[in-house]
Design a protein around this ligand. Sequence first.
Ligand SMILES: [Zn+2]
Length: 288
Amino acid sequence: MTDDPRNFARLYLSLGMAVLPVHAPVVLAGGTRCSCGKADCRQPGKHPVARLVPHGLKNASKDPTTVDGWFSAGRYNIGIATGSISGIVALDIDPRHAGDEALARLEEKYGQLPVTWRFLTGGGGEHILFRHPKDRKIANSAGALGRGIDLRGDGGYIVAPPSLHICGRSYAISVDHHLDEVPLSDLPSWLSELLGTPARRKDGAKARPRDWRAHVVRRYAEGARNDAIVRLAGHLLRARVDPRVCLSLLASWNKEHCAPPLDDEEVVVTVRSIAAREVARRGYRHAD
Ligand SMILES: [Zn+2]
């Protein structure tokens, strides 16, 4: 695939994503500036082209003719609208703010992220894409999962390959996580819980009572323990079990079913963070 943005746009469209034209850096004698022309542009190479999409993200399109027209009109960067419109959510890992270290800590605690689509950003970071869970909104957030990790969900967008970053490097599809070669993964259950969305089975159905019965009697080894506790805490708290009761139950469950058991303090921190998110979720969904 050449680095013609139209080829990439067609690939994204073929996978059900909506795209939009975004300004690109332009190299001039006096240095690099944003194609919007403003010398003091605050988001060089990252904001929608107002001339083509006056309503920004709202004008993101899946129509091949419209999209082809945009990227034939000039050399622009490509934005992909995230959220249910494109069926994706993206983790935006920024190593300049230690996002790579924060991600490594999450993976150490909850288990490795599944293989899924990944874009390398021109700024040295990474966009890790997951399937949107469809049954609810995924809010955009900055730093909620850890410093340097942003989440792009409904109402957000990412700058995508082969866009050019202001530093001069191009965004690229990660060769071993290519859209043509690996499947788009569902959100791992622990990540889904941390985002305040309930765990779903791989086939997209909600976990059934007998899945929970199987889940609660198993034993969990290192690498799977945190995920198991996160899921159970989410299950109990969504059923309106008092957080302190939940903590007490899971503290005992940990000793019985985790080999070796997690530190008590870790169970406390996990249950507290899920409880805080559950409270926030109830506020958001009103009287749920
Ligand atoms: Zn600009």
